[in-house]
Design a protein around this ligand. Structure first.
Ligand code: GDP
Ligand code: MG
Length: 164
């Protein structure tokens, strides 16, 4: 069967926007309200003759005891357990926050290949200096992307399919 790729990260970093770009359709709901993706959402994606199943997740808020947020965290953990490769998204505009480090810890425990995507790099000249701090997650090279402007998407997909 096809490899499974899961998109994880905190709410509002752009997981569903990236999912829709990679799926080539508006499938997942993009909202300014964090946590609007309540269920896992699947799409078949092809890149360079490689086929895989992509999963969007509602997001991980590591410390929250809120029932919805803890259910989202549980769903994300199921997606992580199911995945062959994980795309971990962060947000360059917010910078590296403690919750990102906690998600990184979750991913390290999963012992699966992780591609780190730093999203909202809508202007590479302006935001690249802020991308480097994400090396501090200790989870590999940060891949700058802009899901909404569709920048860095090809390089990101190359990095994903290299693991198949
Ligand atoms: P999710 O909660 O991680 O699924 O995030 P969404 O995909 O729903 O996006 C959250 C917000 O970030 C929305 O307002 C998006 O339009 C915005 N967003 C997503 N990608 C980008 C991007 O590349 N650049 C900018 N500036 N905003 C983005
Ligand atoms: Mg979403």
């Amino acid at each position: 069967s096809k490899p499974v790729v899961a998109i994880v990260g905190r709410p509002n970093v752009g997981k569903s926007t990236l999912f829709n770009v990679l799926a080539g359709e508006m499938i997942s709901i993009v909202k300014d309200t964090p946590g609007v993706t309540r269920d896992r959402i699947y799409a078949d994606v092809s890149w360079l003759d490689r086929d895989f199943t992509l999963i969007d997740t509602g997001g991980i808020e590591p410390d929250s005891s809120d029932i919805i947020l803890s259910q989202m965290r549980e769903q994300a953990q199921i997606a992580i357990d199911t995945a062959d490769v994980i795309i971990f998204i962060t947000d360059v505009r917010q910078g590296l926050v403690d919750a990102d480090s906690k998600v990184a810890d979750m991913l390290r425990r999963a012992k699966k290949p992780v591609i780190l995507a730093v999203n909202k790099v809508d202007n590479f000249d302006k935001f690249m200096p802020d991308v480097y701090e994400f090396y501090n997650l200790g989870i590999g090279d940060p891949n700058p992307v802009s899901a909404s402007s569709r920048l860095g998407i090809g390089d990101l997909l190359d990095a994903v399919v290299a693991y198949f």
